[in-house]
Design a protein around this ligand. Structure first.
Ligand code: GLU
Length: 495
């Protein structure tokens, strides 16, 4: 790809800071990032914040933080901490590039490739209705298209509603054909669009115009973006042509669909990267999962690090058909990434989750390691640590209402007393699984209780309820004093 003759690979992710980073946006960012890394190119972050009413600083902060969390870091764009410009081709926020768009619009106006249009909304609506009735594609027929710039300036000087600047299309009577990296040849008939707006009445430029100006001035070699932008590409190609600029290569990625093949919606589960993080998905798993929504590894590899993806990334494997967001598979994949983490890292990763319940757990790394070895097979998302560790947290020990029946059994008091005594008599601070099973056997021999009458009271003494997590896993993680104190609490409810 990056041979001597082809331009340096430069790609961008260009979010509009009007909301959160959606998994679809993250996938766009990832593919651009992988393509840049694979080709020794550069990945740029541009902020498309020309929608003044909807763009917010909080959203920009959130999108930047999510990209940092995913470790999709950019060479140019905004500084991830200060959000100030960073790089030689800025400004990178479109709101700070207004003078540039104005200048290019003036050039197009001067060359007669764009014109001031004074049509009112009402006049446009009348045209549209008439064209719809006639059964054609509704396109603007502006009487101002052939005005000279001087004529327009005279009218502007008279005051009134400021005109929009429209791009002139009527002389472009040809089909636009381009080779999309993902979809192959795409053909747009010349009459697909009418004269479209470049600058609104107040001088505010529209997306298609800013996008072309910026992609050109920021020297983008390729543009990978969502399929929904395909119709925009026609307008953009027209602007490139009018400016005499070489257009980048385009690749439009297929939609991400829900299991029922509808557009991915948040009603079925998290679609925001921030929410996935909150639910305990690892950044590495999110990247792995979204990478496979529209791309596949040449050897069919499923579990991959970003390094694996960079090494194998090949745009010929981008898939033009809609990708299904399979949440069950996503969770499974997260579990694979989570279980592959070294315990010390996993321990760090679960801390924010344990902190939600203010858990007081041992600070001994040996204990932490041991607990993770036991719990890991039951963890799919980091948040699972909460339910797994909760029984070990002394502050959370409570006799649950469903223990009531067990506490009434004739043999329960004897079982609890014997259990408590045997635990107390145990030599070491912790007991092994075998030692626990032996003690439980002894309780059985001494009290004659067996089955439910034996196991359920012991469960209540350890976790406060007759059902739930396996004791042979939990007990070896609990200090003798803690087990004794719990047994005493349970006994107190009988007395
Ligand atoms: N700001 C546009 C979006 O968020 C970017 C489109 C593009 O990549 O050209 O959809």
């Amino acid at each position: 790809m990056s041979s001597q003759n082809s331009p340096k690979v430069r790609v961008r992710f260009a979010p509009s800071p009007t909301g959160y980073l959606h998994v679809g946006g993250a996938r766009t960012a990832l593919y651009n990032y992988l393509f840049a890394k694979k080709n020794g190119g550069e990945f740029i972050l541009r902020i498309e914040d020309t929608d003044e009413a909807r763009s917010t600083q909080e959203s920009l902060r959130g999108v930047v933080d999510d990209l940092v969390w995913l470790n999709l870091l950019w060479a140019e764009g905004v500084d991830p901490v200060t959000l100030k410009d960073q790089g030689p081709n800025g400004p990178y926020k479109q709101s700070e590039r207004m003078h540039i768009y104005k200048q290019i619009a003036e050039q197009l106006l001067a060359e007669g490739k764009a014109y001031y249009c004074f049509l009112t909304d009402a006049e446009i609506e009348v045209q549209r209705e008439a064209q719809m009735k006639a059964g054609g594609q509704p396109h603007i027929q502006s009487p101002y298209a052939d005005w000279t710039l001087d004529q327009a300036k005279v009218k502007m000087a008279e005051g009134g509603t400021p005109p929009v600047v429209r791009f002139k299309t009527k002389h472009l009577k040809k089909d636009y054909i381009f080779n999309d990296i993902v979809r192959g040849e795409v053909k747009f008939p010349s009459d697909m669009v009418g004269d479209f707006v470049l600058l609104r009445g107040g001088g505010m430029p529209v997306y298609n115009f800013c996008c072309v100006v910026d992609d050109h001035l920021m020297k983008m070699s390729h543009v990978f973006r969502a399929e929904e932008h395909l119709p925009n590409t026609l307008r953009q190609l027209m602007i490139y042509e009018a400016m005499g600029w070489k257009a980048p290569e385009f690749g439009h990625m297929a939609l991400i669909l829900d299991e029922d093949r509808q557009k991915l919606s948040k009603r079925k589960g998290a679609v925001a990267c921030g929410q996935l993080k909150d639910e305990g998905y690892l950044a590495s798993a999110v990247l792995n999962f979204i990478a496979l929504l529209g791309w596949s590894h040449p050897e069919g590899k499923e579990i991959m690090s970003v390094e694996d993806m960079v090494a194998a990334f090949d745009i010929s494997r981008l898939n033009p058909s809609g990708a299904i967001f399979d949440r069950v598979k996503f969770k499974w994949m997260n579990a694979q990434h989570l279980r592959a983490l070294p315990n010390a890292e996993l321990w760090k990763a679960i801390q924010p989750f344990l902190a939600r319940e203010n858990m007081q757990l041992p600070s001994d790394p040996v204990w932490q390691d041991k607990s993770l070895n036991l719990f890991k097979p039951y963890m799919e998302v980091l948040a699972d640590a909460i339910t797994l560790y909760r029984p070990l947290n002394d502050n959370s020990y409570l006799i649950q209402p469903d223990a009531e029946e067990v506490m009434k059994l004739e043999t329960t008091k004897a079982v609890l007393t014997t259990w408590k005594e045997l635990v107390q008599a145990h030599g070491a601070e912790y007991m092994t699984e075998e030692e626990f099973l032996k003690i439980q056997d002894e309780v059985k021999n001494k009290t004659g209780a067996k089955g439910k009458n034996l196991f359920q009271p012991v469960r209540v003494a350890v976790i406060g309820q007759p059902h739930g997590a396996e004791l042979k896993i939990l007990v070896p993680l609990m200090k003798k004093q803690s087990l004794v104190a719990r047994a005493e609490k349970a006994l107190a409810t009988i007395a």
